[in-house]
Design a protein around this ligand. Structure first.
Ligand code: PLP
Length: 342
């Protein structure tokens, strides 16, 4: 089976060996306050800075999920209210979680702008130009959910104060770990707010990570796998160029080769199309049939999500997917299209 599911998604095949190594060498049994474990955390943070080209003064912490990051932003970084312009299911969910913690009483007092950079549910993305416009128009903190794009495409990190992603998408790893990146301005805001009511209050996380420790027993296996995968991958500039080329190829494929089929790209405007999640739309029956045929051919397509659950399928364009698998999928679509027109 090969999978194009946009999360959980294909993991790097090397992960099997890294996981065996972590067990064999006793890494999963290390006390999380031991020197050996702290060295792994320190190296993982260093590699994140290096491979993702994160500014030296931005801090990095590891938590358990992007959903946890949504709550951390509300708990520790929102004094009054957060703003959530959104276009899809994940942006909507984030707003709902946030408003339970900080009810939207006075949006004109909003002090955090929350943006989903890559909306996994419908395959749209917020460009760095648009983010730069937000940066100019909004003077307070900007927090970015980059769950399905971080480690797949390059960002201008300075355009936001908080960036986060869980690792089961572009990092090519099993779920249960998330990377949380925050600027000096975000830390300063957390200090001004002074919120320390939760095990995952940002100040508490920050104090622990200053010693390469974590507030609670962390996902040590996940952290080790992240470190090993970061050692193996090229820098983000190279990864990003490849992701964007593959995305351009996918969009051209559907616009040209597939234009006589029942399938069309969900997003018309090329400027807002995601580089990492390709959403393809069609009638409910046609979507159901192509997903089933793909499954028969040993290929898992991503289901639709939220409002687009039954009228789209999604293709992950994540770095762990190799050229051969992409060739298999395009070959499948070509022969499927031919059968349909017979
Ligand atoms: C997958 C996803 C999430 C949720 O991540 P969890 O690890 O399940 O918390 C949040 N936002 C976006 C954009 C996603 O794609």
């Amino acid at each position: 089976m090969i999978t194009f599911y946009p999360g959980p998604s294909k993991v790097y095949p090397q992960v099997a060996e890294y996981a065996a190594e972590a067990v064999r060498e006793g890494i999963v049994s290390l006390n999380h306050r031991s020197a050996g474990f702290m060295t792994i955390v320190q190296e993982t943070v260093r590699l994140l800075h290096e491979k993702l080209d994160i500014p030296a003064d931005y801090h990095v912490a590891l938590v358990s999920s992007a959903t946890e990051c949504w709550e951390i932003v509300s708990q520790s970084l929102t004094a009054h209210a957060s703003l959530h312009p959104h276009s899809g299911a994940f942006g909507k969910k984030w707003a709902e979680y946030a408003y339970r913690i900080k009810p939207p009483t006075s949006l004109n007092e909003a002090d955090v702008l929350c943006i989903v950079q890559n909306e996994t549910s419908n395959g749209t993305q917020v460009s760095m130009d648009t983010l730069a416009q937000f940066r100019r128009d909004f003077s307070s903190l900007i927090a970015v959910d980059a769950v399905s794009s971080m480690a797949g495409v390059a960002f201008d990190w300075t355009l936001a104060d908080v960036w986060f992603a869980s690792v089961q998408k572009c990092f090519g790893l099993p779920a249960g770990l998330a990377v949380l990146i925050y600027s000096p301005a975000a830390l300063k805001r957390a200090e001004e707010i002074g919120e320390r009511d939760h095990y995952n209050s940002l100040l508490f996380i920050h104090e622990n990570f200053s010693k390469f420790q974590t507030p609670c027993t962390p996902n040590g296996l996940g952290i080790y796998l992240l470190m090993r995968v970061l050692q193996q991958v090229p820098g983000i500039a190279e990864v990003s160029a490849r992701t964007k080329q593959r995305a351009a190829d996918w969009y051209a494929f559907f616009d040209h080769e597939m234009n006589q089929t029942p399938f069309t790209l969900l997003i018309d405007d090329p400027a807002t199309r995601s580089d990492t999640v390709i959403a393809v739309s069609g009638a409910e029956q046609a979507i159901k049939a192509v997903k089933a045929a793909a499954q028969q051919a040993g290929i898992t397509l991503g289901n639709g999500y939220g409002d687009w659950k039954t009228t789209t399928f999604r293709i992950a364009n994540f770095p762990a997917i190799d050229d051969e698998e992409i060739g298999t999928l395009t070959g499948f679509f070509r022969s499927y299209a031919n059968q349909q027109t017979l």
